[in-house]
Design a protein around this ligand. Structure first.
Ligand SMILES: Nc1ncnc2c1ncn2[C@@H]1O[C@H](COP(=O)(O)OP(=O)(O)OP(=O)(O)O)[C@@H](O)[C@H]1O
Ligand SMILES: [Mg+2]
Length: 214
């Protein structure tokens, strides 16, 4: 039987460099002969990508999602993503690199949005169960630098990016709190490093954790 693959998640606020790092890790781990499935949330399966559009670009007459409805949409998407993409990959022995996962729900919908954490605990039991990440890289970057990078990237803000500064400050603090509360699983990386240096720092952490790539 193939050993279960490794499940690595990347977390942090908007524009901190998660997607850039995910690409670098997929290339570097792939070059070491590991089968990589690079995926993202919300999304990562056809059903979850359909829900992503509803979450991030709600039709005008929705009037924006309330936090609980938004959290439930995220878990509907996550459940499909786990069933269709993540669990099959891990069962094959592939490694999954996932751009955002449950910590984002806790930072955005709970810490910033006010959903009760015990409601999310219940959804986690139902949808995620034992498929929790082996390693979570939390990218720490000041909001000022992140905003500058996002402005330079130039895309129009989605429904979540467009929320207030206070909301995003709560998200920023929550990711650091989550990392502190879960030191076995989470590593905080200095995301002000260059893309190459950040990828090097991440690869060092990954190779320290997982003997199979040393
Ligand atoms: N380490 C880095 N140093 C400098 N610029 C970076 C770095 N990583 C990414 N960037 C640039 O910053 C911008 C945001 O990066 P990226 O899209 O990877 O962030 P993200 O965390 O995935 O953002 P989002 O939350 O919007 O998905 C991009 O223009 C990217 O090229
Ligand atoms: Mg991204």
């Amino acid at each position: 039987m193939t050993a279960r693959g490794r499940f690595i998640t990347l977390e942090g606020g908007e524009g901190v460099g998660k997607s850039t790092l995910a690409g670098a890790l997929a290339r570097q781990l792939g070059a070491r002969g590991i089968q990589i499935v690079r995926t993202r949330e919300p999304g990562g399966s056809p059903g979850a990508e359909a829900l992503r559009k509803l979450i991030l670009s709600p039709p005008d007459d929705v009037g924006g999602w309330q936090s609980t409805a938004e959290a439930l949409l995220f878990y509907a998407a996550r459940s499909d993503h786990l069933d269709r993409t993540i669990r099959p990959a891990l069962t094959r022995g592939d490694w999954v690199i996932c751009d955002r996962f449950s910590d984002s729900t806790r930072a955005y919908q709970v810490a910033a949005g006010g959903v009760a954490p015990e409601h999310i605990d219940a959804l986690e039991r139902v949808c995620v169960g034992p498929t929790s990440p082996d390693l979570t890289l939390v990218l720490d970057l000041s909001m000022a630098i992140a905003r500058t990078r996002m402005t330079a990237r130039g895309a129009r803000p989605d429904a979540i990016e467009a929320r207030s500064l206070a909301y995003h400050e709560a998200v920023y603090r929550a990711f650091l709190d989550i990392a502190r509360a879960n030191p076995q699983r989470c590593i905080v990386l200095d995301a002000s490093l260059s893309p190459d240096d950040l990828a090097r720092a991440a690869m060092t952490e990954i190779s320290q954790r997982f003997a199979e790539i040393r």
